[in-house]
Ligand binder design. Sequence first.
Ligand SMILES: *Cc1c(COP(=O)(O)O)cnc(C)c1O
Length: 372
Amino acid sequence: MNNQSENLMVLDLEALASNLDYTKHLAGPEKRVIASIKANAYGHDIRLVANVLQEKEVDMLATGNIEDARTLRNDGVETPLLLFAYATPENTIDAAKEGFISTIPNLASAISLNAITSVPIPVYLKIDCGLGRLGEPLNTAKDFVTKVYQLKNLKVEGIYTHVPFPDVASSPWAQDKLNQFDAFIQALESDGYSIPVTQAMGSCCVLAGLRDKSSAICIGHALYGLSPFSSQQAPTFQKLRPVVHSVSSTLIHIGHHEKGSDIAVRGLYGTAGAHVVGVLPLGAAMGMRPPADNKEMFVLVKGKKCRVMAVSLEHISIDLDGIENVAIGDRATIIGQDGDDSLSVDELAQAWQVTPLQALMSISGKFSVRSM
Ligand SMILES: *Cc1c(COP(=O)(O)O)cnc(C)c1O
């Protein structure tokens, strides 16, 4: 697909740079920045995004997936790469040989890794401050850290935690967790441990204006102009710009159905009037979904909203009734501006009854991606 018929996602990489600058401004200029590019850079395209972040001199890139890390190294990305997730000891050794920094989430993994490696392994230790996912719980974390420091083949380069929360009303909970993490690090330091990098604040904390003593932040959502909150937003979110500029496809067929004809996808048999139905080469296989019950989904053609009639495996049928001068080859906009009208990622997500990030995950990697 290299011509007009391609399904295309266009990224606004200046928005990415601007979101990074704003996030750094909020967190404070002294903080190092670890940029989260997991999940194909939140569905945006890991290669384009990583290149911009490297140019912007972020201190580190973080992904959950070693394949992503390899892709970036092969592209010539030299920014240090952190792996969020832990793999088997064997794969973790491979990762170290390739120059990646792995995360150690518990003592058992640290011990088995230390026992079999013949090369020193740079690691970040993960502490669980209340997310309840990966990491050593905060109340046993000091013991964990001191024991890992005794393992001679592991080199602790950082200690981090992750404190996301659902809405700004939970900010006091999160600030309390940040304070506990700070106290934990301080206790280690007064015992003589020096920890090169400490990190606790992600997009939720930064956008909510929380403060901590860690040397770094690790941000994902905010970089892409996505809200990390599921309900009440932080006012700072208004300053972020969407990085997805547009998602579009091309009309590959226009069916003119005369009065009395059948349009089975819409349950119309022997229609009372004429109908025009357009088809896009974009279906469930490319992550499209039908609208949820009682929701409508639209695309823009010639600057006008056209209802999605059906989503099949590789095609979408849209209602072109009333759209003038429409022709095969015209663009159809799923996200973005067309004439005076526009459709946002939020509107697509609402039609599908998912979050904006879930909507992007659905189409991630399915479109040709380029920058504006
Ligand atoms: C994804 C992730 C982040 C980034 O979180 P955002 O809410 O997207 O800013 C930070 N830390 C860890 C451990 C993560 O997995």
